[in-house]
Design a protein around this ligand. Sequence first.
Ligand SMILES: CC(C)(COP(=O)(O)OP(=O)(O)OC[C@H]1O[C@@H](n2cnc3c(N)ncnc32)[C@H](O)[C@@H]1OP(=O)(O)O)[C@@H](O)C(=O)NCCC(=O)NCCS
Length: 179
Amino acid sequence: MFTLLQDPALYRYENEAPRSLPWLEERFRRLETRRSADGSEQWLNWVVRLRGSSLIGFVQATLRKDRTAAIAYVFGSPHWGHGYASEAVSAMLDELVAYYGAAGFAAVLKRDNLRSVRLLDRLGFAASADSAGLHNLLPDEMLMRRPATPVSLAKPTPLAEVAPAAGVMPHEAPDPDPR
Ligand SMILES: CC(C)(COP(=O)(O)OP(=O)(O)OC[C@H]1O[C@@H](n2cnc3c(N)ncnc32)[C@H](O)[C@@H]1OP(=O)(O)O)[C@@H](O)C(=O)NCCC(=O)NCCS
C-alpha cells in the first residue's frame, strides 16, 4: 500500500502521501481497531486487488450510530478508467447494507474532482444540502448522498476483487465483524 499511495495523482484535490512507512504502519494499526476512540463510529476498510495481481486501491466507510455510512475510495492512477473503482465501491455498498445494517450513504468530495463525482453519479448518489452528522463543508466541497437501496452496475466488470482487509485511512468499527 505504501508504494501505491506515493502516486502524486491521488492528491490533486486533497490529502497527501504517507510521509513514511512507519507512519503508515502506525495509521493502519489505529484503523485496525475498527472503531473511533469514543466507540461511536465503526471504521471499515478494504483493500482492492485485481484477481491474482497486486493492490490497486482501497475503499472505506465510517458507519455512524444513525446507520449512515460515509464513504471514500482511492485507486492508483494506472488503474483509472476501467470501472474498477465503481465496481469496488458498489460491492462495498452492498456489503454495508447486508452485513452492517447501513441505511444510507454519504460522500464529501471536492467539487472539482470530476472523476469522483462521475463515480458517485453512476452509483446513484445525488448532491445533497443535508450535512447533518457530517463535518461542515468547505466552500470547495460538496456532499452527495444515496439511500441504502440495492445497487448494481449496468455492465459489471468481473476483473476486480474486493478483499476484506485491515485498515487504510481514517474510519472505525464498534463491534467485531457481526458475520
Ligand atoms: C475517484 C477515482 C476512484 C475514480 O476512478 P475511476 O477509475 O475514474 O472510476 P471508475 O471506476 O468509476 O471508472 C470510470 C471510468 O471507467 C470507464 N469504464 C470502463 N469500463 C467500465 C465499467 N465496466 N463500469 C464502469 N466504468 C467503466 C468509464 O467509462 C470511465 O471512464 P472515463 O474516466 O474515461 O470517464 C480515482 O480518480 C481516484 O482514486 N482518485 C484519487 C482519490 C480520490 O480523489 N478519491 C475520491 C475522494 S473520496
